[in-house]
Write a protein that binds this ligand. Sequence first.
Ligand SMILES: CC(C)(COP(=O)(O)OP(=O)(O)OC[C@H]1O[C@@H](n2cnc3c(N)ncnc32)[C@H](O)[C@@H]1OP(=O)(O)O)[C@@H](O)C(=O)NCCC(=O)NCCS
Length: 182
Amino acid sequence: MLKGKSIGLRARHEDDIPVLRAELYDDVVNGSRAEAGPWRPITPGSNDPRLVVTDENQKEQVVPFSVVELDSGALVGSATLWGIDNHNRCAHIGLGLLPSCRGKGYGTDVVETLCYYGFTVRGMQRLQIETLADNTAMLRAAERNGFVREGVLRSSAWVLGEFVDEVLLGLLAEEWKPGSKG
Ligand SMILES: CC(C)(COP(=O)(O)OP(=O)(O)OC[C@H]1O[C@@H](n2cnc3c(N)ncnc32)[C@H](O)[C@@H]1OP(=O)(O)O)[C@@H](O)C(=O)NCCC(=O)NCCS
């Protein structure tokens, strides 16, 4: 397990799946805001790659984690290093916490722990985050870890009836300061 200050990132377990499906992916608003595509219901028992990690769908370019509280071991969300490009040594970060676990500092801790995985374990040179321009919590969690806003993708996301801007943030290995949140 990768350990942050208050959270751990571990492999996906079978009994995480119904919780993540019910609390993150069945929620139309959360799903529409967090996914690049349209919200769709996930059938229980299906092998949806957002939830179920199999030898077939666990590709080299994607590393999915379940996020747990270190103290209790309770599941608090999902986190992913995705789009891993070993030639250009860059990758993307994604995360989603269960609604009751937001606003407690876990998101900031997850970003820091994914940075450790991306930069130190995987040798990446650049990590990137894309998020909706009104997602203050995600923007802050990224910026607290040193990510800088590199651009705005105007009206790039169709979200529940309107086009919304996305912010692109990046962090380079030489800029990353482990453990010192600005
Ligand atoms: C985005 C998300 C991962 C952030 O994690 P979190 O644990 O809620 O965030 P933290 O508690 O670490 O807070 C980070 C910062 O945002 C602020 N913040 C937290 N919730 C906020 C809210 N609802 N509105 C405004 N600011 C908020 C905190 O005060 C903190 O600011 P600071 O660094 O200035 O003190 C989490 O809220 C989440 O899972 N949201 C739904 C899914 C999602 O949007 N995923 C990202 C898709 S790109």
